[in-house]
Design a protein around this ligand. Sequence first.
Ligand SMILES: Cc1cc2nc3c(=O)[nH]c(=O)nc-3n(C[C@H](O)[C@H](O)[C@H](O)COP(=O)(O)OP(=O)(O)OC[C@H]3O[C@@H](n4cnc5c(N)ncnc54)[C@H](O)[C@@H]3O)c2cc1C
Length: 515
Amino acid sequence: MIATANHQETLDAIDEKSEIGGRATAIIVDSQSIDPSFSDFAKEIHERRAGIPIAILADGKITIHGLDGKEPLPVQKALISLANSWRPEDPQVTVSGPADSVKMNEIRGTLERAGFQSDFVAEPTSEPTVKIKGCDPLINPTKTDLLRAFNIISSPTNGMDHRYDLVIIGAGPAGLSAALAACVNVGLSTLVIESNLLGGTATTSINPIDNYLGFPQGISGPRLARLAVQQIRVLNQTDFRLDLRAQCLRKDERNPGRYIIEVSSERGSEDVPLSAGMILLACGLKPRDLPLAKGSHIPDRGVYYSALPCDRYHEKDNSVVIFGGGDSAGRAALLFSKESRVSVVATYGFNRMSLRLQRDLEDARIATYKTHRVAGFVGDHQLSKVILEDVSSAPPRTLPIAATSAYILIGGTPDTKWLCPNQSGRRRGELKIDRDRSGYIKTDIYLRPYGGKLPFETSLPGVFAAGDVRVNSLRRVGQAVGQGVAAVASMERYAIKHPGILDDEDSPAYSWLRH
Ligand SMILES: Cc1cc2nc3c(=O)[nH]c(=O)nc-3n(C[C@H](O)[C@H](O)[C@H](O)COP(=O)(O)OP(=O)(O)OC[C@H]3O[C@@H](n4cnc5c(N)ncnc54)[C@H](O)[C@@H]3O)c2cc1C
């Protein structure tokens, strides 16, 4: 990689390298290079320097000149991918629209979890609009529209393959670290599917993650995810698909040893089954629900399962009730306490919350309920009250408290029912995976019989699990990252033993692992 100051220096560097047998494979230029002499420069490159492609990075848009329909070389592919994954570190983003609209809140939440800062302009009568400097405004954008605009995900169906060495289900820390290892260490052709946002639950953390190695000041979950995805996309061997939810696994009857993954998407039209030689289940945990009586009414608006820093805008002057006795609940309470009336309901006390946070709650004079449990919610469409019961009195005394919002931050639980079909599902060929009673996926030594499984291998051969969804997990980013890498080491051993599953001759792993 050579840095040059102007067009002439670039041409000289190309000539100098070619004199000693070197060859330039791509030129990357920024907006300042698009001066009046640029067209002569591009002509010179195309006519006399063998058509080296030029990637132009300008005003948030990327154009590639010079490939003229030719298939790019691998190094060019990597550079083009680098160019495509490029955006200014913090593009100038403005979100405008009615301050209290649910859609506005969704947009700001998506941007925040994806790691982008935005300015907000209240425009009570206009539709929610996102303006990114240098791009057309997005009016009432869906989550997928936003992610595409920010180049977080490449176009969906264009050139999308449906056959991979490895399909990773879940793009949290475990799935992302496995994607990187699968590419760098083994060369597997890999698809990562995700039903929500890249980065997993770590992107819902209010505070920076301060226990992950290498970031002395801590790092926000969204930023960590963005860096991870950038790192993977530079290598240009991993496909990502957001808004695809894995629905069930079946055997691939036409290709013994391989699996079919049925998926569903928001759009429906993209629900084409995927074929995988190996699968990694990195699907983490979903937020745990309150233990309400079956059929209890939950209003459409005002009940949430995560709290993000941007939520404080729409909670201004509201009455907020937070359920939970851990650090996440404590941090959310402090976040909202500056501008809203906040109560915290911790039915099992605060012993999972750090002492410092407990002291901060006291200092902020936040109302706490330690002997109360939830009995129900009131509000037809919008939440208006939370009904609590004081379990220290017999019979329990009912206590209604006014609430415009309730945040349920009581931990997570695995969402793995889809891996455990009932009898009718199984007749259609759906496969079942061993789980423990709470739904965590059993792997290797946790399986009975153990049967010589590889580390992280589930009860289905060639299907692995890593991160929070796996039995006995620690629920830490560091552990999820480590398990993703370790699972790929097992996959390498599995692929060597079962070479028939890698039947894609384009995959770099094909010849390497087969011999
Ligand atoms: C509020 C909060 C704060 C935290 N703070 C810290 C901290 O400071 N330090 C720390 O070490 N840990 C922290 N954690 C824990 C940490 O975030 C998790 O341990 C880690 O994210 C687990 O990674 P994972 O990849 O296993 O799963 P996840 O991060 O949960 O990712 C799983 C992904 O799979 C997707 N998925 C699920 N099912 C499907 C399906 N069927 N199809 C497609 N996709 C699917 C989900 O949408 C999700 O994105 C925190 C967690 C929370 C909730």
